[in-house]
Design a protein around this ligand. Structure first.
Ligand SMILES: NC(=O)c1ccc[n+]([C@@H]2O[C@H](COP(=O)([O-])OP(=O)(O)OC[C@H]3O[C@@H](n4cnc5c(N)ncnc54)[C@H](OP(=O)(O)O)[C@@H]3O)[C@@H](O)[C@H]2O)c1
Length: 268
């Protein structure tokens, strides 16, 4: 029996990880802000699979969020860390709320690094463990109109591959999970489905299956779905300025398309 800690477990890809890992017999720790939603889900999983599920209600945009999560764990060892919580902003940079972008960096980057710092030493000491960091196909590209989101996901991709290299042969597998568009509430939060630029929509279950297979094989990163894989890899990288200018045309559809982003709304 192993324990998996999943951030952003209250919906979408995180909830699908919880369903799958519970069915595989793992104990779970669910982390997000929507405590009531997670408690209900936890009850269902306990009853269906006879596993232990803890719920930690935590806003991961808070600077001390990793320390608080660690304190709430009370010394429970975590064998699999899934840094999945995240949201995006899009549109013209000057139109995006600065506080919203600050929170985005705290959740998508700072909390992810903090939780990795907090939990990987225990995995190394035990000689086994895994980390899945949810990046995006956006992390492969320069993306005008998604400047903060895509740059944060580039960080997650490169950070994960750096740790993958560091921990190879030390019992800890690290994976950057890089989905293209997935059917979740991500697009309600970002404010428009126009944010699914290119790529083919797939389900959270397909994403989770691809991630767990890739982690078991210590692949370093995975782009679920053939056409999303092709898109992520066929995009030219150079010359950088020309790529940025072409990408600006491709992503232009989100300008003016967003309803008021509601990323701080929470269903407690
Ligand atoms: N859907 C896509 O097309 C797509 C594509 C590529 C990558 N991704 C990435 O996949 C990950 C999961 O997103 P999703 O598609 O499953 O979207 P989602 O259904 O909107 O789920 C986002 C999760 O993140 C949590 N979260 C957001 N802000 C938080 C905060 N301040 N503190 C704690 N938890 C927070 C949410 O929980 P609460 O609101 O309850 O806090 C929720 O559980 C994200 O990192 C996203 O960038 C998604």
């Amino acid at each position: 029996m192993t324990t998996a800690l999943i951030t952003g477990a209250s919906s979408g890809i995180g909830a699908a990880f919880a369903d799958r890992l519970a069915a595989d017999g793992h104990d779970l720790v669910l982390v997000a802000r929507s405590t009531a939603v997670m408690e209900e889900h936890a009850d269902r999983l306990r009853r269906a699979h006879g596993i232990a599920v803890d719920v930690i209600g935590q806003d991961l945009a808070e600077p001390d969020a990793p320390e608080r999560v660690l304190a709430a764990l009370g010394g429970k060892p975590v064998d699999l860390l899934i840094n999945n919580a995240g949201f995006g902003t899009c549109g013209r940079f000057e139109d995006i709320d600065a506080e919203q972008d600050r929170r985005q960096i705290m959740v998508n980057v700072a909390a992810l690094v903090g939780l990795t710092h907090a939990l990987v030493p225990g995995m190394l000491a035990r000689g086994s463990g895994g980390v899945i960091n949810v990046a995006s196909t956006a992390g492969f590209q320069i993306s005008p109109h998604f400047s903060v989101y895509s740059s944060a996901k580039t960080f997650v991709l490169n950070f994960s591959l750096a740790l993958w290299a560091e921990y190879r042969g030390r019992g800890v597998n690290v994976l950057a999970l890089c989905p293209g568009p997935v059917e979740t509430s991500f697009f309600d939060v970002i404010g428009t489905r126009e944010a699914a630029v290119g790529g083919k929509f797939i389900t959270p279950e397909v994403v989770v299956d691809a991630a767990l297979k890739a982690l078991a094989r210590n692949r370093g990163y995975v782009v679920p779905g053939r056409s999303n894989f092709a898109l992520a890899h066929l995009m030219p990288r150079r010359p950088r300025k020309l790529v940025a200018l072409i990408a600006k045309r491709v992503t232009g559809g989100v300008v003016g398309a967003t309803r008021r982003p509601d990323a701080v709304a929470v269903n407690t």
